[in-house]
Ligand binder design. Structure first.
Ligand code: 3PG
Length: 307
């Protein structure tokens, strides 16, 4: 019997686990559940004899792969797979997948939750600002970016995007203005929503030049990964531009420095909250379980990321 381990340091909603179980039951697979683990040894022990693994942001390192003797497939229930050691997976013939698009709406809604909270002065009773009529730049136009655009239009924002991998006519179909460079996007838009993946090219790529070029009252919203920001340069912008704010899911490593000096100019979540909704967990969880069954039963490799 195939065994599937869900290893989630930050658990799915119970309804999602229930629905994953239903998919696996139907296939005759066994579900093993490891939630809220605090020690990597617990993960290593649990992964020892399973054929398939479902994780969220949990780090699937070479160490984990090496002890997972029977593992054939690992699915990151979510979009970003910077937590998977793809090389280690490939070396052992393990297929790695993500579930693109399944939790994107939740992430996009959080970006707006953070923006509203911020422009209304953290609900402290003072008079704030509105989003209507303001320029929002979406960097970049993937699954989350598209949801951000749709919601922004509902708010009456003027929406721009930069994405070198999406054709302009495709962007324009969504009623969004496509610009030719990140420089142009940041120079044009008071609000920027960061929706790029974290990889070798993008890590540390958002630096002083881009951030400091933003118009007056700049608000940078990062629901992607903290690693894409150059934090030394972020601090330089905070120091030089009293009108600059940074909203991030999750907090940057330089959180204490910012919190001690720049009150009212940041919003940080304690844990990554973007995909923390029952709906997102159910969508991503069912997709992950279904992809596992389809791979183990039919060899279907759709959504493989370690080709
Ligand atoms: C993702 O990449 O899918 C999101 O960042 C959500 O991550 P999480 O599943 O750890 O909340």
């Amino acid at each position: 019997m195939n065994k599937v381990l869900i290893a989630t340091e930050k658990p799915f909603a119970p309804a999602a686990v229930e629905q994953i179980k239903q998919v696996l039951d139907k296939a005759g697979y066994q579900l093993n559940l490891l939630e809220k683990y605090t020690d990597v040894d617990e993960f290593k022990k649990a992964v020892g004899d399973v054929q398939a693994l479902i994780v969220r942001s949990d780090k699937v390192t070479r160490e984990i792969i090496e002890v997972a003797q029977n593992l054939k497939i690992v699915v990151r229930a979510g979009a970003g797979y910077d937590n998977l050691d793809l090389e280690a997976c490939s070396e052992k013939g393990i297929v790695a997948m993500n579930t693109p698009g399944q939790n994107s709406n939740a992430v996009a809604e959080l970006a707006f939750g953070m923006m509203i909270y911020h422009v209304r002065n953290h609900f402290n009773g003072t008079s704030g600002n509105e989003l209507r009529g303001k320029k929002l730049g979406i960097h970049a136009f993937g699954n989350v970016g598209k949801y951000v655009a749709a919601i922004a239009k509902g708010f009456g924002m003027i929406v721009y995007t930069y994405d070198p991998f999406v054709q302009k006519p495709e962007i324009e179909k969504h009623g969004v203005k496509a610009v030719d460079s990140a420089e142009e996007l940041y120079k044009t838009c008071q609000f920027i929503s960061l929706n790029i993946p974290a990889n070798e090219k993008t890590k540390n790529s958002i630096g002083y030049q881009l951030m400091s070029s933003m118009p007056k009252g700049a608000v940078l919203v990062n629901t992607a990964r903290k690693e894409v920001i150059n934090e030394d340069e972020l601090l330089k912008v905070f120091e030089e531009r009293p009108d600059f704010s940074y909203l991030s899911d999750v907090a940057p490593d330089c959180k204490e420095h910012i919190e001690s000096k720049y009150e009212g100019r940041y919003v940080f979540t304690a844990k990554k909250m973007g995909a923390q909704t029952a709906e997102a967990n159910i969508n991503a969880g069912i997709a992950a379980a279904t992809q596992i069954v389809n791979y183990l039963e039919k060899g279907d490799k759709t959504f493989q990321v370690n080709k």
